[in-house]
Design a binder for this molecule. Structure first.
Ligand code: COA
Length: 414
């Protein structure tokens, strides 16, 4: 941690007990958190909705159930906020220290504003920039690559990378090809600047837009704006050529893993844990297990519980892998994903941060809760002020603008 703030970055341990190298910067994952909606839809439940069977879904995908945001008040942003708060809490970092929030999502709240901005406001991350990242299911790893780049360049100390989805809102629940696959949820990590060697070592990003049609949400953008026709013919739902995506995924998952290991100077045997995008167990088996010959016990799979949560799948799996004791300091970990675009991404991480749960005491929790309440109050106050000013005050002509604006924005302190 270069700025002496509180947080997990200081807890990074040097592999082999080597002395930290203060002159170099590293991008360490120092906080993690996830959240899924309560409502569970099992394969048996789906048998009531479409012509499918529990046996078919299990054997072709490995999925047994998925969580869905049944409450309309639960949205991509609300899931993201909960995951992000947990990540900040694990790292013991306050929102005001975050420099950037990247929300990777394929089911944003709106085309604009960015879901990340809504998250920023709710967290009270008053010093953070915020934007959404659209690279479909590869988006979370794309976000990690950006976070690493900004941190290594010295442009950020803390970057919050979130993957959050409510895919249940854009899935056609009458289409058995797609509705069995997807689930809702969010995962977040806090990436911090550190002088302890390790962290995100290398990333690989890829895209092949010639496969854009294989997986898409055709309507609602500039190519096919929303109309009565697009709504009535279901063009606002996910369309997928499952076989084409499957073939592509099996190839790129193995290739991207090989390439990221090469970039990090590692061999396949050096890998302690792979956390792949949780889309289909057969894709993972045919790529990571069969092609790379990485044994099953080194590959973390939890898609049976959540289905494919797109950008959220890798950070949710990371949280569960940590919870299950599968992540330890000194390990080499690979994240690898693929998705619409077509796109793919991989990251090689030398894990250097303790994973034991730390207790921060009631005072820290109280401060944290109070800061979120203050953020909500500040947001309401700013909204009210804007409304009042836009209704009461006429817009001044150019030459009437005073040196300082009469609309004094509330300070962003907490
Ligand atoms: N329940 C029962 N039968 C189904 C079904 C379902 N939910 N979905 C398809 N079928 C049927 C098909 O109609 C087909 O029947 P037919 O042989 O009479 O024509 C048969 O099952 C086989 O279909 P097929 O498409 O060949 O199955 P598959 O083994 O390729 O599995 C997917 C389909 C979608 C599970 C698989 O292709 C896949 O996972 N693709 C990747 C999708 C993905 O990961 N997308 C997200 C990317 S981030």
């Amino acid at each position: 941690m270069s700025n002496g703030q509180e947080g997990n970055g200081n807890r990074a341990v040097s592999p082999n007990g080597a002395a930290p190298q203060p002159e170099r910067r590293y991008a360490q994952i120092v906080g993690w958190g996830c959240h899924v909606p309560e409502k569970v839809i099992t394969n048996k439940d789906l048998e009531q909705i479409v012509d499918t069977s529990d046996e078919w879904i299990r054997s072709r995908t490995g999925i047994e159930q998925r969580h869905v945001a049944a409450d309309p008040k639960e949205t991509t942003a609300t899931l993201a906020i909960k995951a992000a708060r947990k990540a900040l809490e694990t790292a013991d970092v306050y929102p005001r220290h975050v420099d950037l929030i990247i929300c990777a999502t394929s089911s944003p709240e709106h085309t604009f504003p960015a879901t990340a901005s809504i998250v920023q406001d709710a967290l009270g991350a008053v010093n953070a920039g915020a934007f959404d990242l659209s690279a479909a299911c590869s988006g979370f790893v794309y976000g990690l690559a950006l976070a690493r780049g900004l941190i290594l360049a010295g442009d950020a100390e803390y970057v919050l990378v979130i993957g959050a989805e409510t895919l249940s809102r854009i899935v056609d629940w009458t289409d058995r090809n797609t509705c069995i696959l997807f689930g809702d949820g969010a995962g977040a990590v806090l990436v911090a600047a550190s002088n302890v060697p390790g962290g995100i070592q290398a990333t690989v990003l890829g895209s092949d837009g010639s496969g854009a049609d294989a997986l898409s949400l055709p309507a609602g953008g500039s190519a096919m704006p929303a109309s009565l026709e697009t709504v009535s013919n279901g063009s606002h739902y996910i369309k997928m050529d499952g076989k084409a995506v499957f073939r592509f995924a099996v190839r790129v998952m193995a290739d991207a893993t090989r390439r990221v290991l090469e970039k990090a100077g590692l061999a396949v045997d050096d890998v302690d844990l792979v956390i792949p995008h949780q889309a289909n167990k057969r894709i993972i088996q045919n790529s990571i297990l069969r092609q790379l010959k990485i044994p099953e016990e080194k590959v973390f799979i939890n898609l049976q519980k959540y289905g494919n949560t797109s950008t959220a799948s890798i950070p949710i799996a990371l949280c569960e892998a940590i919870e299950a004791g599968k992540v330890k300091p000194g390990q080499n970990i690979v994240f690898v994903g693929f998705g619409a675009g077509l796109s793919w991404a991989a990251a090689a991480i030398h894990w250097s941060v303790p994973v034991e749960k730390r207790e921060y005491g009631w005072w820290r929790s109280y401060q944290r809760r109070a800061s979120y309440q203050a953020a909500a109050a500040r947001s309401m106050w700013k909204r009210a002020l804007r409304r009042v000013y836009s209704q009461v005050l006429p817009t001044p002509d150019e030459d009437e603008w005073p040196e300082t604006s009469p609309v004094k924005e509330p300070e962003g302190s907490d």
